[in-house]
Design a protein around this ligand. Sequence first.
Ligand code: TRP
Length: 364
Amino acid sequence: MVVMIEVIDPWGSCLVEDYACVVRDFGLEQFRASAFPKPNRIMRRGVVFAGRDLQRIAECIKNKKPFYALTGIMPSSEKIHLGTRLVVDNLKYFQEHGAKTFILVADLEAAAARGVPVAEARKRALEFHIPAYLALGLDYRKTAFYFQSENTTVIKLAFEASQKITLAEFKAAYGSAEPGRIMSAVTQIGDILYPQAEKPLPGIIPVGIDQEPHIRLTRDYLNSIKSSKRFVQVSSIYHKFTPSLDGSLKMSKSKPESCIELPEDPKVACKKIQRALTGARDTLEEHKRLGAIIEKDMVFELLKQHLVEDDNELKEIHDEYKSGRMSAGEIKQIACEKMTAFLKDFDAKLEDSRSLVKDLQFVS
Ligand code: TRP
């Protein structure tokens, strides 16, 4: 059965059941890894599934023309979901392919939409989120950071945008129109355009599909002021959610027992993997005969999205498991070992990155 939601709500926890449907309903472009040089792990595997105006960015990369990549940190909790790493993977890809890279801390949005005081959001970002993003592979020397609350250029761009957006447009994009959310959304437009404040520049915004309404609003705004030629239309790139280990589609804080967070004690992570929903058959005999149903298997999904970098290695695991030669116990063991190594490496890098915070470039 295909369940589709009418409006993707960036502040809710709506699930996306069918990504093909999302592509169609929102008029997105299907992502083609072959259009990009040296696609990363999640691009090659269809975890990155869609975008907008991707060709413009592929050409910037090919022709070595300047462009930017920008995303935002939402410090609404003191940890991040493993799935957040997918945003960083894409940001890192564009950084390595020449993008001027920006990361903002959405402290105003955290206050307006999530009830986190601005000072608390700032503290969390400096102590954890920014170091975590660096630990996941960004180059701090090539990344510019800012806080929404300190960036007057962003605020000015947001006010300009607010004059062109109607309440009806807002309701169509978000399903509702609460003042705090309107403020957050126009601020996000300011963020997305900030690298173009002085001159037009192609740019790409890597985000989860829940952020699509913000992208659409920004692009509609830019279409409405097209004649000014002040901005290049922005591109975006979307990845699927990392599913909860119980099989629901998005890792959720309301289900800590089946959601891997960063940081996380490897023992706890392995316990969660042990309890994960798999596509193994009811009995070992049946499993050997029929093999696993890979599409239903959350452990394989974890390996595919996060834990196995090498395509050949992944294919080998896939083939063994699908044929029934590998059992659920065995694939869980592999996932646990790889997860343990990943989490330990993350912890070590997080410590190193914390000492870098004082050397970061903050812009405004
Ligand atoms: N709304 C985003 C979130 O909830 C954070 C964010 C703010 C953002 N401004 C942005 C993301 C600009 C991408 C681009 O996570």
